[in-house]
Design a binder for this molecule. Structure first.
Ligand SMILES: CC(C)(COP(=O)(O)OP(=O)(O)OC[C@H]1O[C@@H](n2cnc3c(N)ncnc32)[C@H](O)[C@@H]1OP(=O)(O)O)[C@@H](O)C(=O)NCCC(=O)NCCS
Length: 182
């Protein structure tokens, strides 16, 4: 549906829930996220994907490079304030290949140029070097730090708040909108 050079974002497919929960139940994969604390089942993930796909305030994509390599979402879309929160995950075996960076570029393009949002934002563990680098690259502004937000890895973790207004949009990745089909 939204195609870049490396990855394509397609509607989330509940039939692929098994691949998603394998990652979400992997504590190494989720060490920089408020996830992977309580184990989740395939049934719960199927329910979640169906709920997201029916939602008018969330958009969930699966990320493909031939095969499924992760997921990316805009959550809690507020159509009055035109804001949404970004979430992204690249599967452990596919990290470090540029997929996360391009997927964020594509969702950035989609948020501002297709959904006509005004602001997208995210919170990110301060130790999550790759993710913080991606937000910096796409001209998100680091507007603050919140301390002791999440108890993870045996300690309380601080997060950065990353924020981007449409005024900061420049030089987004060229992307091809290929219509609604998978
Ligand atoms: C964070 C995540 C999405 C990044 O995706 P990825 O595909 O592995 O990242 P990329 O290969 O696109 O690389 C991102 C950039 O971070 C840089 N980077 C990676 N590790 C780094 C480090 N330790 N210090 C500084 N920069 C680093 C890379 O060099 C790259 O920049 P470049 O293109 O200029 O070289 C992925 O690691 C992931 O899913 N992690 C688990 C879930 C998660 O943390 N999600 C984010 C929640 S906010």
């Amino acid at each position: 549906m939204i195609k870049g050079d490396l990855v394509e974002l397609k509607p989330a497919d509940p039939d692929l829930s098994g691949w998603i929960i394998r990652e979400l139940n992997n504590m190494e994969q989720t060490k920089h996220q408020n996830k992977g604390i309580i184990p989740i089942t395939i049934q719960q993930e199927i329910k979640y994907i169906n709920k997201m796909n029916d939602s008018s305030t969330d958009v969930l994509f699966h990320i493909y490079n031939n095969t499924l390599v992760g997921s990316i979402s805009l959550n809690n879309i507020n159509w009055i304030h035109r804001s949404a929160e970004i979430g992204v995950m690249i599967f452990k075996d596919h990290q470090g290949k540029g997929y996360g960076k391009e997927a964020v570029g594509l969702i950035d393009y989609y948020a501002f140029n297709i959904l006509n949002l005004h602001r997208i934002w995210a919170e990110c563990f301060i130790e999550n070097m790759a993710m913080n680098e991606i937000f910096r690259y796409f001209s998100f502004i680091r507007e603050g730090t919140i301390t002791d937000v999440y108890f993870k890895n045996g300690k309380y973790n601080d997060v950065y708040i990353w924020n981007k207004h449409w005024q900061n949009v420049k030089g987004n990745l060229e992307s091809t909108i290929e219509g609604e089909s998978k």
